[in-house]
Write a protein that binds this ligand. Sequence first.
Ligand code: BMP
Length: 235
Amino acid sequence: MRKWVGHTGVVLALDGLPSGCRDPGCLEKLMPLFSGVKVGLPLLLREGPRLLRRVAEVAQSAGILRIADFKLADIGDVMSSSLEAIRDLGYDIAIAHAFVGVRGALEDLVVRARELGIEVLLVTSMSHEGSREFYDKHFREFLEVARELNVWGVVVPATRLHLVSEARKTMGGSVRILSPGVGVQGARYGTAICHGADYEIVGRSVIKAPDPLEAATRIVEEVERVVRSCRTSSA
Ligand code: BMP
């Protein structure tokens, strides 16, 4: 189900353990429904590195993307050191903020990532309102940075679909676009992929659902339905 059109799909944001799902077997059932899993600070701080390692192992056996979302934003040396820890936890994609700039920061991160076999995703805009205050004013420059550094992908929010379309147009087909903001934050399932994203990121709509497995199945099917329909109508 999760690889229905090329490499597009839904990534689970695991910012906490699903409340309806604390038994260990649940993650094994939940994760293969998705194309990837994304972990970050809330899960690390609450559950510790052992749980993050276990999530990475389950994701690896399910053959899905393993994304570490610590939104790195520091000098190159510190981000590179975080990358090593991310690799040791078992993750193969790391998210960094674009606004720290290239020289002395992102260029070092990208070099170390290549040495470690980790892919980099750059945040170029954010899904919340405040992104307009600073982030979005530099959106095109951040895309340019992503292009210059030849990163694996960019994060562009589903709450601003015109930016998703613009990113796809500017970046061409080879850069992955990941879009958070569907579900709880208000963007409709499937719409970011219809505007050129590769993956939509969904968190609370699954992990806070009374039955996370049911919610995950329903959401992935809804994304699939919407994407089929927009691709059919644009064919
Ligand atoms: P939710 O579906 O519960 O709103 O979760 C969205 C996920 O995407 C969270 O993990 C959040 O950190 C991430 N995210 C976001 O919501 N907006 C952004 O601009 C960038 C993100 O990484």
